[in-house]
Write a new protein. Structure first.
Length: 481
């Protein structure tokens, strides 16, 4: 006898409203990494590494992310997203302590490996918790707004950390500056534990016919019964997540497109410290130098904040289909001067490219969230982060040595070339798959609406879980562009 599919559970939305504010606090505290503006220069000047060696150690970091990404995403799906976030903050605190006291390459590498595991415990878990919180509140259409704002707070805290990091390094030295960040990460772990875990299983929610997972990848009744009774083993979570991504054609192409584009648009910002240093500046040369160092790096951080904040407005005006090519063209335009000239004034171009890089993630996460069931959301978002890790692990060992051994314009030129070839090609594949998918979804929805149905009493706001804001079916039509 087959198990029956559980009916959606009823929740008290008021219990979860505070999650949004606490999540803002968590993101702001994790972003206050005061060592950030001196992190690469610490490796170069303080520990004697070349930019090429920094690329190698960064590649190991991203390889750790690749290996640990999906297993830690599956841990979040099985044991809870707030637990994953708290563990990630603790791992970051430990890694920064090791990073501060490291006196050789092995310990530096070890700190990067621990930090990589911490990053994978973060990725996917926070976005999945936020989306499922909004789903309980009946406000999923606000996801890009809250995701953009939370990530904006994260990068606003990074701006503040950048502003004080240079002077702090001069006054306190590299080691104490880095250890301050470790204490802040422990505070982030406390904030994570203050979150309330929203439902994590698709069976807890009513079906949304326009923006649900395709029927071919939904759980059967027996799957759901087994999932609810004993939990899904982590390996099964991982393989199921990869299967969902492969069978969902738009997501199959969107993930590599977004991962590669984020990497290529993010590298100019990543290289900003050695880019400034080559023009003769050093934060430890004096108090004024420390302030100037921070001031020159702040615009790149501000660009990242702006990108996060404009993501919701961009998708509201252009829709999903037009937002991605707009970002692609915008970022490529400002890579052009970086690929031609080597001048300190071009930090303004890095600022503009940072806006493009930051806008991609919330839009991509929103697209994935609306098309993946709650059961596998953190795992699939982790697959997205895994793809980003793969792109970064390759890019840093190609582009950083190009900057180190040849010139920064050559390195930025490689980024530009990859954007107009690989990035544009992957966007085209996603565009075609997206249009076919949306046409099929609208066709199925039209058929379901046209079928005669017995009269039913309209559900109350408490029953449909949307606080009287209207049916989820029609609220999400705006996403079908």
């Amino acid at each position: 006898m087959s198990a029956a599919v559980p009916t959606p559970a009823t929740f008290a939305p008021g219990r979860y409203r505070r999650n949004i504010r606490v999540y803002y606090l968590f993101m702001a505290s994790t972003g206050f990494m005061i060592f950030l503006p001196v992190w690469i220069i610490y490796l170069i000047d303080g520990r004697g590494l070349s930019l090429t060696e920094v690329g190698v150690i960064e590649s190991f970091f991203w390889l750790t992310v690749i290996i640990a990404e999906v297993p830690t995403g599956a841990i979040a799906d099985r044991f809870g997203r707030r637990i994953s976030l708290a563990l990630g903050a603790i791992m970051f605190a430990l890694s920064t302590v090791i990073f501060a006291i490291a006196d050789g390459f092995p310990l530096l590498l070890g700190s990067y490996l621990v930090m990589g595991i911490g990053m994978t415990l973060y990725s996917g878990a926070g976005d999945a918790l936020l989306f499922d919180t909004l789903r309980v509140l009946g406000r999923t259409r606000d996801y890009e707004h809250h995701a953009g704002r939370s990530h904006g707070l994260f990068f606003a805290a990074m701006v503040l950390a950048t502003a004080v990091g240079g002077p702090a390094a001069y006054l306190l030295g590299y080691t104490v500056t880095i250890l301050i960040s470790s204490a802040v990460f422990l505070g982030s772990a406390v904030a994570a534990m203050l979150l309330r875990e929203p439902p994590r299983r698709e069976s807890d929610f009513p079906v949304d016919p326009l923006n649900a997972a395709p029927a071919s990848v939904r759980h059967t009744a027996s799957d759901i019964a087994q999932h609810e009774a004993s939990g899904v083993p982590i390996f099964q979570e991982m393989t199921k997540g990869f299967g969902i991504v492969w069978r969902n054609r738009p997501i199959r192409y969107l993930i590599p497109f977004a991962a590669i584009t984020m990497t290529l648009f993010g590298l100019p910002h990543f290289m900003a410290q050695p880019y400034v240093a080559q023009h003769g500046l050093n934060p430890l040369a004096g108090a004024v130098d420390g302030f100037v160092w921070s001031a020159l790096l702040i615009p790149g951080q501000i660009g990242t904040v702006l990108g996060m904040l404009v993501a919701a407005r961009l998708i509201g005006r252009l829709g999903e289909r037009r937002s991605f090519p707009a970002i692609l063209v915008y970022g490529a335009v400002f890579l052009i001067p970086l690929a031609i000239w080597n001048h300190l004034g071009l930090l303004g171009a890095i600022f503009m490219v940072s806006i493009a890089q930051a806008a991609i993630r919330p839009i991509t996460n929103g697209y994935i969230n609306r098309r993946i069931s709650s059961d596998q959301r953190a795992t699939v978002l982790s697959i997205f982060s895994l793809a980003h890790g793969i792109a970064m692990s390759v890019a840093v060992v190609v582009i950083l040595p190009a900057a180190d051994l040849i010139s920064f314009p050559v390195a930025f030129g490689i980024c530009l070339l990859a954007i107009v070839t690989l990035g544009a090609g992957l966007w085209l594949l996603w565009h075609l798959a997206h249009r076919r998918d949306q046409t099929e979804r609208i066709r199925r929805w039209s058929i379901s609406v046209a079928k005669p149905q017995a009269p039913q009493r309209p559900p109350s706001a408490s029953q449909n879980g949307n606080n009287g804001e209207g049916s989820a079916l029609y609220r999400n039509v705006q996403n079908l562009d």
